[in-house]
Design a protein around this ligand. Structure first.
Ligand SMILES: C[S@@+](CC[C@H](N)C(=O)[O-])C[C@H]1O[C@@H](n2cnc3c(N)ncnc32)[C@H](O)[C@@H]1O
Length: 585
């Protein structure tokens, strides 16, 4: 396999996504069911005949219930298996982020075809893959098209000539709501989403006000009274609109989890958060789905889910340590997380651990300013020089922030930062899964891929394989089997191992990692097979792992054939070698 394409896959996996984390302990959901308030009833239940929305896409296998702790959520009412698609839906509204507008179809979100995308000749901002996609989007784009032209004409500089993603998304939400009817089922589902108007954190006030002003300008309104056409008659209503968007909008991703834009889907937004989720929200783009249905989002079970167990996804990156997760959830979603993972804190957490100083195989929790004494859980040895460990973690965090910021403008600088800091953290015995080592390793891997030399060398290839393997080790410690992030990390490793070696090493030196020659090809095959099995969970069994699952399966078949050719070649050589005649030397 050639390495072309691997570089193009470098992508920011760091951005906010609802895809994350590992298996969920069922204890918490049992606690939550004790606190159940009678169902607000929506799916196949009490919603009918009441003023509650019906959530038309929810299947009979789930129910909507409420708890005092986290409001409404979705519960399984029959057992579900890992890889099962719990439900799927086309988002109510989706928009591409500005940098993706020229590269993806604004209607079906497919990447540009070989013939290229066609631009809307009026606003010159949106692009489509076909006339049929453009026509089907016109009902939504019509008002947006004029608004974009107005916005560009009034923009003080070309870099702000296109409204930011939240403004465009809210514009579409309000125009479509008006078109569907303020009391339509579509609008009621949307208005039923949770708002934090009454408990907004002070930090949100400024950003919400700014967004509200921008949206009013984008809609082209001249007087507050004109908002009535969108069902907004008071200041509280506009805060609700903005807060609902902030609380319930979700990152739209490619089949390989590259963030592409944002979407709003009331049924998906009913799902509560856990740092140990039992489900994920993905866009697998399975070939069995018609393009016309895309973008189709699917909620997929990550493991077995029992009857009366709540379905949870993760709103944030769950490889982060406790304090950073809590901070992110409080800032954006206004709640303190008491999920199974957070309620176990403090305890030995592979996100915040170092290896035993005596190398007994046990681990010790990170020291802290307040509690510098830390011991190995296995042999009880105390960790010496905790100050230098604390310093290394602090410097690592700073390097991570700096490298993340400069990665797209100054690749070399970012690579220099990750290259220098990773050995410092490993020499302080941080676990591959610990923070910030895992985040730095993942970034390092993507920077190495992006900086592949034009003529690939064995050293460059082996380096990126080692970084990818370290990422897989860290991720596998934190995320359950079949988690899409883990499955994709394995797929990346398998693909890299399958790349033709520029200068294979002598098989005698095969004690180093990665191996060379047939041993490498065998490892590539095994990794691809494991990746395919895990992709079939995270991106849906029925989808065969979605677009990436299909690609990895084909690659595994090719590598298997190459291996067979190797084996046959070796067999032929053995058979063709003249046998020594007995008795003669
Ligand atoms: C996308 S909504 C989820 C559905 C929401 N519970 C409802 O009733 O519509 C996100 C909001 O739900 C609540 N929430 C979600 N997960 C939670 C959790 N684990 N603990 C407490 N509140 C949670 C928070 O108020 C959060 O801002």
């Amino acid at each position: 396999m050639s390495f072309a394409g691997l570089r193009a896959e470098r992508q920011s996996k760091q951005s906010k996504s609802f895809v994350n984390a590992g298996p969920k302990d069922t204890a918490a959901s049992a606690d939550q069911s004790k606190a159940l308030i009678p169902t607000t009833g929506a799916n196949a239940s009490g919603g009918r005949g009441s003023s509650e929305p019906l959530y038309r896409v929810l299947p009979a296998s789930v129910d909507i219930r409420s708890t005092t702790e986290n409001g409404r959520g979705i519960w399984a009412i029959r057992p579900m298996h890992a890889g099962e698609i719990i439900f799927q839906t086309k988002p109510h509204i989706h928009v591409l982020s500005t940098k993706n507008l020229e590269h993806f179809c604004s209607s079906c979100v497919s990447p540009a075809p070989a013939t290229g995308l066609k631009r809307c000749t009026r606003c010159r901002v949106l692009w489509y893959c076909s006339a049929s996609c453009q026509n089907s989007d016109w009902a939504l784009h019509k008002q947006e098209c004029s608004a974009m032209q107005r916005w560009a004409a009034g923009a003080p500089s070309p870099d702000v000539a296109i409204p930011a993603e939240p403004i465009r998304c809210l514009g579409r939400v309000l125009w479509w709501k008006q078109k569907q009817g303020l009391q339509s089922a579509w609008a009621r589902e949307l208005d039923g989403m949770q708002s934090h108007r009454t408990n907004l954190p002070p930090s949100a006030t400024e950003s919400h006000t700014h967004l509200a002003h921008a949206v009013i300008r984008y809609l082209g309104l001249n007087a507050p009274g004109e908002l009535g056409a969108f069902g907004i008659t008071t200041a509280a209503d506009i805060v609700d609109v903005i807060s609902r968007f902030a609380t319930n909008s979700i990152t739209m991703t490619s089949p390989s989890l590259t963030p592409l834009g944002v979407f709003v889907s009331p049924p998906v937004a009913l799902i509560n958060h856990s740092c140990e989720p039992n489900a994920v929200v993905v866009f697998p783009r399975s070939s069995s789905n018609l393009a016309a249905q895309e973008p189709l989002t699917q909620v997929v079970a990550l493991r077995e889910i029992a009857v009366d167990e709540q379905i949870f996804t993760a709103y944030i990156d769950t490889t982060l340590p406790f304090s950073q997760r809590q901070q992110a959830l409080a800032a954006t979603y206004s709640f303190t997380c008491n999920c199974t993972l957070c309620s176990k804190y403090p305890r030995i957490d592979p996100r915040e651990s170092i290896w035993c100083p005596k190398s007994c195989g046990g681990t010790c929790t990170f020291p802290s300013e307040e509690d510098p004494l830390t011991r190995c859980v296995k042999c009880g040895s105390a960790v010496p020089s905790t100050d230098s460990i604390l310093d290394a973690i602090r410097i690592g965090q700073e390097a991570l922030e700096k490298a993340t910021t400069v990665q797209f403008n100054d690749l070399e600088k970012a690579l220099q930062l990750t290259t220098n800091i990773i050995p410092i953290l490993t020499s302080h015995k941080l676990l591959p899964s610990s923070h910030p080592l895992l985040a730095l390793t993942r970034l390092h891997q993507s920077l190495l891929l992006a900086s592949f030399p034009p003529n690939l060398t064995q050293e460059a290839l082996d380096n990126v394989i080692r970084a990818t393997s370290a990422s897989v080790t860290g991720i596998s410690e934190l995320l359950c089997r079949g988690h899409p992030i883990r499955a994709l990390a394995l797929a990346e490793l398998g693909k890299l191992l399958a790349v033709d070696e520029p200068s294979p090493r002598d098989s005698k030196t095969n004690t180093v990692f990665p191996p060379s020659g047939p041993a490498r090809l065998r490892l590539a095959y095994e990794t691809l097979v494991q990746a395919h099995n895990e992709l079939k969970i995270g991106f849906g069994e029925e989808n065969e792992g979605g677009e990436v699952g299909h690609e990895i399966r084909e690659m595994a078949v090719r590598v298997e054939k190459e291996l067979a050719v190797w084996k046959q070649g070796v067999k032929n050589v053995i058979e063709d070698t003249p046998k020594p005649k007995s008795g003669k030397r």
